[in-house]
Write a protein that binds this ligand. Structure first.
Ligand code: PMP
Length: 304
């Protein structure tokens, strides 16, 4: 991790190395913690945060789901986020927000703990590596099943969800793959450990519906809007495991990962190595995030 200078913590800026918490922090023991990830991109008008209100809305929805009182309004959080990027003089960065039950009480009930809210930003390249964009990654279908939303509300970005993700990720890495693909309890395609997934078959783009137990990704939503604007045929549908293998194109989407091609799943090459639909979406995503498409300027919050 490449440290930057300042971290926003409970309403004020502290030095990067000074943003510390106690080992008996409640949220660390009982996973009462929600988080959010954003990116800020370099544009000709300076740094711009991509889809800031949508990310903050999801953060607030995660808090609502977990009965967590953040103590900040949406606009206060948005302004803090902009100030954070400015403070750190970042041209381009990844931004992480977290809210968790603080040190003080123990026991499972989190509602007697104070909530700490913090945000940090740093320089972070594509999550699945530089080659993930065009060369693509190798993935495996995990033996770990995505948590069912009757057990944990998967549309809330709670730290607890990532224990399931970490098991899948470690399994994939140990088997020599780059990333995992998780199926849901019905055996249908769900998502990656930290990414949504799309497939292209016969020119039709599709992705699992929110009801499949996934996180409703903001990059996923961006891709869906591109498809509508470009007249690419698209639907949300469940896909069986074998439909993953027989896709013409397959890719992950996420704030950290960007749009990452999947070139192989469980030792099976995807399609014929051509990714025309993915390539078009990748170009749009790059241009939109970097402020080069007028109709998508509405998604950018300029820092300066
Ligand atoms: N699914 C999971 C489980 C994730 O952690 C993420 C990353 N936030 C995504 C999907 C993609 O969401 P987004 O495009 O909003 O980053």
């Amino acid at each position: 991790m490449r440290a930057s200078s300042k971290i926003w913590m409970d309403g004020r800026f502290v030095e990067w190395d000074g943003a510390k918490i106690h080992v008996l922090t409640h949220g660390l023991h009982y996973a009462y913690a929600i988080f959010e990830s954003l990116r800020c991109f370099r544009t000709s008008r300076g740094p711009a945060i991509f889809r800031l209100p949508e990310h903050m809305e999801r953060f607030l929805n995660s808090a609502r789901t977990y009965r967590m009182n953040l103590g900040y309004s949406k606009s206060e959080l948005e302004e803090a986020c902009v100030a954070l990027v400015k403070q750190n003089k970042m041209e381009e960065c990844y931004i992480r927000l977290i809210a968790f039950s603080a040190y003080g009480e123990m026991g499972v009930n989190p509602l007697s703990s104070k909530i700490t809210v913090a945000m940090a930003c740093w320089d972070w390249g594509p999550y699945l590596g530089k080659d993930s964009e065009y060369k693509g990654v190798r993935a495996m279908v995990s033996s770990w099943v995505r948590v069912d939303s009757r057990s944990l509300p998967m549309q809330a970005k709670c730290v607890a969800n990532y224990a399931n993700s970490a098991l899948a990720k470690m399994e994939a890495l140990a088997a020599g793959y780059d990333e995992a693909i998780l199926l849901n309890p019905h055996g249908m395609l769900a998502e990656g450990p930290g990414e949504n997934i799309f497939r292209v078959k016969d020119g039709v783009l599709s992705t699992p519906p929110a009801s499949s137990g996934i996180l409703r990704g903001i990059t996923r939503d961006t891709i869906i809007q591109f498809a509508a604007d470009e007249g690419i045929r698209f639907y949300r549908n469940d896909s069986a495991r074998e439909e993953i293998y027989t896709s013409d194109e397959l890719f992950f989407t996420g704030t950290a990962a960007g749009i990452a091609r999947i070139r192989e799943v469980d030792g099976r090459r995807i399609g014929n190595g051509q990714y025309p639909v993915t390539e078009k979406l990748q170009r749009l995503y790059k241009d939109a995030t970097h402020g080069r498409i007028r109709r998508y300027q509405r998604w950018l919050r300029y820092v300066n």
